[in-house]
Design a protein around this ligand. Sequence first.
Ligand SMILES: Nc1nc2c(c(=O)[nH]1)N[C@H]1C(S)=C(S)[C@@H](COP(=O)(O)O)O[C@H]1N2
Ligand SMILES: [Mo]
Length: 385
Amino acid sequence: MTSDRLSGSTRREFLRTSLAAAAALVPVRSGPPQGRLLGTLPLTGRGAPQLPLDTLLGSGLDARQFLDLSALMPETLVTPTGRFYIRTKRPDRLDLNRPWTITVRGLVRRPVDVPLVELLRLAEPIGTVLLECAGNTNPNNFGLMSAARWAGVPMRHLLRRAGPLPKAAGVLVSGFDDHSQPSRSSVAGASWIFTFEQLDTAGAFLATEMNGERLSPDHGFPVRLVVPRWYGCACTKWVNEIVVVDQDEPATSQMREFAVRTFQQGRPELARDYAPATMDVAATAVRVEKWLVDGKIVYRVIGVMWGGTRPTNALLIRFKSTEPWVRVESCPLPSTTTTWTMWSHTWQPASPGSYQIVLRVDDPSIPTGRLDVFFYLREVRVDEV
Ligand SMILES: Nc1nc2c(c(=O)[nH]1)N[C@H]1C(S)=C(S)[C@@H](COP(=O)(O)O)O[C@H]1N2
Ligand SMILES: [Mo]
């Protein structure tokens, strides 16, 4: 049994270790022993657009709200619901006044329409889970990620009740996606197909609550799928149908659209040829603080680490391709990889200039697909040393 499984008997332990993780973060806050914070340097990415943060932009499928990561503090690692990132606003044709049911059908012994009230009755606290959009590509913000405290119903409860038939191989989860306006950049329809084992291993659940309240309309009210440690593209909002399918089910349009961003080999025709859309261990800087300590300028880099299946604290940082990698000064070992943790590093650059902050994991047994290609590189200009 791994400690980062969220479901069943490990849940109590999960809650306990989350508290321990919060306590372990205290050193990140304490920072330099004495001194004065002079300011915070912006982190940028060359050529990328500067967009307003913590603000809903656009509409329908093109709607985005980026979280301002530069303001992250240990106490805001659970993102307040109003600032949780948004990718796709609630469809304008969604009628939230109609009674909601989830149809479970396909290769099952007992097809059922599960009314929402029943899901609400079965809902249990799950814990803190981070979501990240696979298209979290803007180096000026990397703000398409957030974490919430969720409650909901583990998928395996529903599936067990429906009773999969022997030919059952996969589970197609679909949501309501009827927007009156076509999208400039995305395909409507956000369904994904999983194997039973993938759902179980990840601890996938149908979420009915985030941060102690019912979901907000833009985050999938009344019910969404959350698959811990998978990219957000697999976390269907406004879920209304679950179909148990066989081996030969074609991939959904959403799986095809996200094939590159979820590291598939090409764009496979069949769902069974898709690798799990899981997040490897990743890390990025979120701000650089400039301090005056004993008459000297000292910089502190603050960042986050998330993803992967096995927690690690073997984080290395580099500021220029001509400089060596060094161990991140303060990186507590996370107790779970279902959410993010903070790290910090004291930095005394040799000279003013432009620096490119990248991270990697000093453990070859841990896959780090995005860190390997410097996906989360952040640029910073230092004027004074
Ligand atoms: N029905 C539906 N669900 C969806 C989407 C969508 O367009 N329609 N977008 C997906 C993508 S790409 C992401 S990253 C997450 C974003 O969830 P959030 O907006 O609650 O942060 O929802 C997923 N679920
Ligand atoms: Mo996404």
